[in-house]
Design a protein around this ligand. Structure first.
Ligand SMILES: Cc1cc2nc3c(=O)[nH]c(=O)nc-3n(C[C@H](O)[C@H](O)[C@H](O)COP(=O)(O)OP(=O)(O)OC[C@H]3O[C@@H](n4cnc5c(N)ncnc54)[C@H](O)[C@@H]3O)c2cc1C
Length: 478
């Protein structure tokens, strides 16, 4: 929407000027040019088209967020909130919508409370894994880490249904503090000392475009006394059988964490280059439990024809740390997967898009999904790699990463592969749980239930009648 309506433009420009006063000029990057047209956002790892943007504001308090929301309530631009904007492969910091005002919440970075005995912490959106996890060192609690950079937001990944090594991140969040589209501040879910009754409104603010989250209550998990990650491998022909073996182990409680199965391309950064699939399975508990369960898994693996891998010691240590809540503050393994660049420079130097469908936990589903990725690889020539990442005993997230060199030809090949992945997985009945900025839930074929979308549209209209908050990748228009 390039604005032709003068009163709309004036309202917006005066809101932007007032917004810069609210946060201070050093915390406002207002980007309209002389003709008062929006500029475009910066580079993003996916090389998705950079969206037109009126500016980025960096508030540092909840009150500032409320004031900003009220300022933009009646302007033609809507607000795109993000925490640290490291949503790599899905659009990074970019809005799905053009002509938004971005609200970067990394300046709200207070750990408001840590209660080790009760097992929770209250954090703001700018609190990263690297900030909170070290606060728990030496305690009997740990943070459920993701395999992304230590400098990613705990709330940001949860609000986009990110996945931790112990369980999906959203399961860690029991309460949210939210600025509503009218600027009002509410708390939903379980807040310490708050009511425990009533409907669970928390999920309304997950992938919805209905509010701006300014804090969350994060569960801290009991820290296991001992943990060991067993590395196994198998040739591709055994994928169905291996998938069903892992399913049986998960059903019988041999592991409490995400089991990861990397295809040969995804296995490369872990030092496995023999063309086989690689498995990580974490066993934890007391020292005795770990000894006993490891012996069981090794024996079972041998019987199922899975090979035990002896990994490089330092890589094994880094993988074990991911599972046990102790992030590598240098991002060694994470950066090795992306060519060694500094985390701050990744959007500029790396080309990668993600496709993230859910699958049932079965060897047959693994084989079906693997065959689709193979088909897309051979049809498009794009470098697709897949990792099966279990979410519970019955559900698996298939992380399909498409890497590319950052030039127009390779980006267009990768985007062609992404479109094809959407198409073929939907035909197989497998739909994504997280979307990129080009494949929003309003695009036909990306999500299965149109009645649910209509219901969400009614809620959006009720809570946000002026479209103050951008619809984003998942939201409906007012
Ligand atoms: C090599 C590699 C490995 C990765 N591994 C993992 C992994 O193991 N698990 C995983 O989940 N991801 C992984 N990622 C993807 C991604 O980097 C993480 O999910 C990251 O945490 C998301 O970025 P962020 O925390 O900065 O969230 P943000 O980009 O800040 O937020 C994500 C989205 O959530 C919404 N949002 C965020 N904050 C707010 C708010 N305060 N109010 C309202 N809405 C908000 C917005 O829609 C925003 O676009 C990986 C990426 C790479 C490249």
């Amino acid at each position: 929407m390039i604005m032709t309506d003068n009163s709309g433009r004036e309202a917006l420009l005066s809101a932007l000027t007032a917004a810069a006063e609210v946060v201070g000029s050093d915390r406002a990057r207002v980007v309209w040019d002389e003709s008062a047209e929006p500029a475009v956002g910066g580079p993003n790892m996916g090389m998705f088209r950079s969206r037109r943007l009126w500016g980025t504001l960096y508030p540092s308090t909840v009150e500032e967020v409320q004031q900003l929301v009220r300022l933009f309530d009646r302007t033609p631009a809507s607000i795109h909130p993000y925490s640290t904007g490291r949503n790599w492969g899905l659009g990074s910091h970019e809005s799905a919508d053009d002509d938004a005002v971005a609200l970067c919440l990394s300046g709200l970075d207070r750990i408001r409370e840590v209660d080790i005995a009760a097992g929770y912490s209250i954090v703001e959106p700018g609190v990263t894994q690297a900030c909170l996890a070290p606060r728990l060192d030496g305690t009997d609690r740990m943070l459920n880490l993701t395999a992304s950079s230590a400098r990613t937001s705990i709330l940001g990944s949860a609000l986009d249904r990110g996945v931790g090594l112990r369980r999906p991140r959203i399961k860690d969040i029991v309460g949210l503090e939210v600025v509503l589209p009218n600027g009002e501040l509410v708390r939903v879910g379980q807040w310490p000392g708050g009511p425990l009754t009533g409907p669970a409104a928390l999920e309304l603010f997950v992938q919805s475009g209905l509010g701006i989250v300014t804090a969350g209550v994060v569960r801290l998990l009991p820290r296991p006394e001992a943990a060991r990650v067993v590395w196994l491998s198998f040739p591709s022909e055994q994928l169905t059988a291996a998938g069903n073996t892992l399913r049986r182990w998960a059903h019988q409680g041999l592991t409490r964490s995400a089991v990861r199965v990397y295809d040969p391309r995804a296995a490369l950064p872990y030092g496995q280059d023999n063309g086989h699939h690689l498995v990580h399975i974490c066993i934890d508990g007391t020292l005795d439990t770990v000894e006993a369960l490891t012996a069981t898994v090794v024996r079972e693996a041998e019987a199922a024809g899975l090979d035990l891998v002896v990994p490089d010691k330092s890589t094994a240590e880094l993988v074990e740390r991911e599972y046990t809540g102790s992030p590598d503050l240098d991002d060694t393994l994470f950066r090795a997967k992306l060519g060694g660049h500094r985390v701050e420079d990744l959007d500029e130097h790396v080309g990668l898009v993600f496709f993230l469908p859910h699958l049932p936990f079965s060897g047959e589903a693994f084989a079906r999904a693997d065959a689709i990725v193979d088909q897309v690889r051979s049809e498009t020539g794009a470098a697709c790699g897949g990792t099966f990442f279990t979410l519970d005993e019955d559900t698996v997230l298939h992380i399909v990463a498409v890497r590319f060199d950052r030039d127009d030809t390779e980006a267009s090949r990768a985007h062609g592969a992404l479109d094809r992945l959407h198409e073929l997985f939907a035909q197989a009945g497998f739909f994504p749980s997280r979307l990129d900025i080009d494949h929003t839930s309003r695009k036909p074929g990306t999500t299965p239930h149109s009645a649910t979308q209509q219901f969400m549209q009614q809620i959006k209209h009720m809570l946000d009648p002026h479209g103050t908050i951008a619809s984003g990748r998942y939201g409906q228009t007012s």
